[in-house]
Design a protein around this ligand. Structure first.
Ligand code: UD1
Length: 418
């Protein structure tokens, strides 16, 4: 298993480029299941999660070429096996994104339940509720969800709360349903909007993706399309914090600052200097940041996927920061590891109280999930001395060549085989 060895204390400076968004790429690839015609995706990130969904789609009979490169071609002309086995779903919850398109195109699907994961139970009850509203019959059998539907029928679906992959699954299901589907209290994340753009390029009729009400006028079939994947706002936000936490000066290229407004606002409140361009963000760290409070929220609020990284920054802030995690249960595993670097954090329920300290000190730490791993890399770059982050396979699921990108702008990070 690989480890990252970080020698901290180096201010980052220079230019860094953002890859395509993981959380956009996964639903876009699943959308290939809706059509017999090919889908061409560009700006795909080279990530383990992308390879996992490619593997899953191949298992079903989809032809996938170019995963591991920025250009992926998918063609689901022959769908031989509408099934997602446990072995693949357990390594990546987002595998559940095949459920909606399979139900719509094949009238049946058998998808393993994702089970618990490191950031809480994360059920899929809202995905299933929506499919039932569209007329599907759902059965649970030996850890698998079995969906049967002759042809899905459009319906009005009101989510109790916003779910990103739930919205995406039902949007895709609605595309091939008979009649109109209206999703209310839908997730507004830019990745949902990007999926809407792709579906429309395939010939679907989806209105309002990226807002809380999405209307999908179903049709019997959709075609192929070419699509440019949006930049990864979480990777961009992580780089912004890398500049801030090391007192550095980074220009982040090929990002969409409009997707990062709440992160930018919090960093500015903390005293970090930010200049936004159309597709760039220049971030300059100035001494110790000021402590700020934050609460995670669905888009456009502060993303839960940026909470761990922001906590890393707050460990060295002046003052006390109160961080509330309102989207997921148990998403503070990074706090215990940050303590090993000398941070002062107390947790009560879903709230973390972070008392800033002047310095962190290097130590061995363990990554527990994707974004927690990023927070440990950030803290390690700020810490005095040597930090060894183990279990970096979590990081490789969602950050393309992170140590190479950060090393190019002055970080001292080495990947070693333990
Ligand atoms: C997606 C993102 C993930 C991000 C999360 C929240 C992808 C591939 N992953 O995950 O990176 O952290 O959004 O922004 O896009 N819930 C239920 N029942 C359901 C569905 C969700 O109770 O049927 C709950 C979850 O447990 C959680 C909340 O709803 O508390 C939001 O989860 P959701 O938006 O569904 O997250 P994901 O789509 O899994």
């Amino acid at each position: 298993m690989d480890q990252l060895v970080i020698r901290g204390g180096k201010a980052l400076s220079g230019d860094i480029r953002v890859s395509g968004a993981k959380n956009a790429a996964l639903p876009l690839m699943a959308a290939a299941l809706l059509s017999e015609e090919p889908l061409q995706l560009t700006n795909a990130p080279r990530l383990v999660d992308v390879r996992t969904i490619a593997k899953l789609l191949r298992f079903m009979g989809v032809e996938v070429e170019g995963d591991g490169t920025p250009n992926i071609r998918l063609c689901a002309q022959n769908l031989t096996r509408p099934e997602a086995p446990y072995d693949l779903v357990k390594t990546m919850r987002a595998s559940v994104l095949v459920l909606g398109p399979l139900a719509a195109r094949c009238g049946r699907a058998r998808v393993s339940l994702p089970g618990g994961c490191a950031i809480g139970p994360r059920p899929i009850n809202l995905h299933l509720m929506g499919l039932e509203k569209l007329g599907a019959t759902i059965r649970l059998d030996q850890g698998y969800v079995e969906v049967q539907a002759h042809r899905l029928k459009g319906a009005r679906i009101a989510f109790d709360f916003q779910t990103v992959t739930g919205t995406e699954n039902l949007m895709m299901a609605g595309v091939l349903a008979e009649g109109t589907t209206i999703l209310e209290n839908a997730a507004c994340e830019p990745e949902v909007e990007d999926l809407g753009r792709l579906l429309n390029a395939m010939g679907a009729n989806v209105e309002g993706a990226g807002t809380a009400t999405i209307t999908i006028h179903g049709m019997p079939a959709v075609g192929g399309a070419s699509h440019l994947i949006i930049p990864d706002r979480i990777e961009a936000g992580t780089f912004a914090i890398a500049a801030a936490i090391t007192g550095g000066d980074l220009t982040i290229h090929e990002c969409q600052p409009a997707h990062l407004e709440s992160v930018i606002a919090k960093l500015e409140e903390a005293g970090v200097r930010i200049h936004s361009g159309a597709t760039t963000l220049r971030v300059t760290g100035v001494g110790r940041p000021r402590a700020v409070n934050l609460r995670t929220h669905p888009f456009p609020g502060f993303a839960t996927d940026m909470q761990a990284q922001m906590m890393a920054l707050m460990t060295i802030a002046e003052g006390r920061s109160v961080i509330t995690e309102a989207v997921f249960e148990n998403r503070f595993m990074h706090a215990n590891e940050l303590l090993r670097l000398g941070a002062d954090i107390a947790i009560a329920g879903n709230t973390a109280f972070v008392q800033g300290v002047p310095k962190l000190w290097g130590a061995p730490v363990m990554a527990t999930d994707l974004r927690a791993s990023a927070s440990l890399v950030l803290a390690g770059m700020a810490a005095q001395g040597r930090t060894v982050v183990s279990r970096v396979y979590h990081l490789d699921r969602g950050y393309e060549a992170i140590e190479r990108k950060l090393t190019t702008v002055g970080a001292d990070i080495e990947r070693v085989r333990a």
